[in-house]
Design a protein around this ligand. Structure first.
Ligand code: SF4
Length: 327
């Protein structure tokens, strides 16, 4: 088994809820949105780990907390064995180049007034990490690695002068130029046309193979995650409910929530066997999550124990973890 590059244990991120004057007066209890509520997860070297779940399940908050764009409420985050969860921002600088974040929206994540050369070289220039000549070489290589060729033809273009797929590859090049070891990619293709998604996904696969970069690939799309990821973790209402290799998770899902996500994937052949589990209703509020198993109000298999006792994530088969009382 390859070494772990990033791991988190018991990671929590709560956001205090703003309340009006009267509700503060009549209630002393502080309310929190429990966006991430005790997550254990590890990403191995040279691995693409998928993080899947519905909107509002906490996956983007988890990604931002792992890279310390958000401060954790509780728990540890180890990067190559060093706990970075409590480091103040001024001590995080040495990790900033090694750990990068790619945002969902390529239209908003790059400065429209900068040329592509300026966007990609910004991290090197601001942090004074390279000489002028070195900067040019590294920008050239980064653009080539993300398949924007010939690289020099993109130097003087502005973000609005390239396509959405190219703009997202510029955002990847901006991260890549800093020689990262771990990248969190937050729904990097969800804003792109289906026809150009494959380009961006293949760039990520190339970078993993060429430089051994590890990724946390956040998505709500299980079919895309199966194509690109080595392993997948499924998140529901702030918790991880299942982790397995991509094939095993999609071909042999154990958790009823994962089964419901797979049932929602369209199958082109109507005669093909299909998982038919359906989750009832909507995802509940993360302010006051259900007691016991958080999925029990929506689970078609819920029984008495599910309403009382919270299931823990346990290894059911080698490498296959699930949090469900059925196993
Ligand atoms: Fe369903 Fe119970 Fe398993 Fe939760 S623990 S997923 S409610 S069967």
């Amino acid at each position: 088994m390859s070494e772990t590059i990033v791991s988190c244990k018991g990671l929590k991120k709560y956001f205090p809820l703003r309340r009006g004057f009267l509700s503060t007066l009549f209630s002393r209890e502080n309310l929190y949105v429990r966006a991430v509520d005790g997550v254990d997860l590890e990403v191995r070297k040279n691995e693409i780990m998928g993080l899947i779940g519905e909107s509002g399940c906490g996956k983007t908050t988890l990604g931002k907390t792992i890279v310390r764009l958000l401060d954790p409420t509780e728990g540890s985050i180890l990067f190559k064995g060093e706990d970075i969860s409590k480091l103040p921002q001024n001590k995080l600088i040495k990790y900033r180049t090694k750990i990068q974040f790619i945002f969902q929206d390529p239209y908003e994540s790059v400065n429209p007034r900068y040329t592509i050369f300026d966007i990609v070289s910004e991290g090197l220039r601001i942090n004074k990490l390279a000489s002028k000549e070195d900067i040019e070489n590294r920008v050239y290589t980064a653009l080539k690695d993300v398949r924007l060729e010939p690289p020099e033809s993109f130097y003087d273009l502005y973000p609005h002068e390239v396509s959405g797929g190219q703009r997202q590859r510029v955002a990847i090049a901006r991260a890549l130029v800093l020689n990262p070891e771990f990248i969190v990619a937050d729904e990097p293709v969800s804003m792109l046309d289906v026809s150009i998604r494959a380009e961006v996904l293949n760039v990520m696969l190339d970078l993993k193979d060429k430089y051994g970069i590890s990724f946390l690939f956040i998505s709500h799309d299980l079919a895309t995650a199966k194509h690109i990821c080595d392993r997948i973790a499924v998140m529901y209402l702030g918790k991880i409910v299942e982790i397995a290799s991509s094939e095993e998770l999609v071909d042999k899902p154990l958790h009823p929530y994962t089964q419901a996500l797979i049932a929602a994937i369209p199958v082109p052949d109507p005669r093909a066997p299909k998982v038919t589990v359906k989750a009832k209703g909507e995802i509940p509020s993360a302010i006051n999550p259900p007691k016991g198993c958080r999925f029990h109000p929506r689970c078609p298999f819920a029984f008495e124990r599910c309403r009382i006792e919270e299931p823990q994530l346990r290894e059911i088969e080698p490498g296959h973890f699930v949090a469900c009382h059925l196993y």
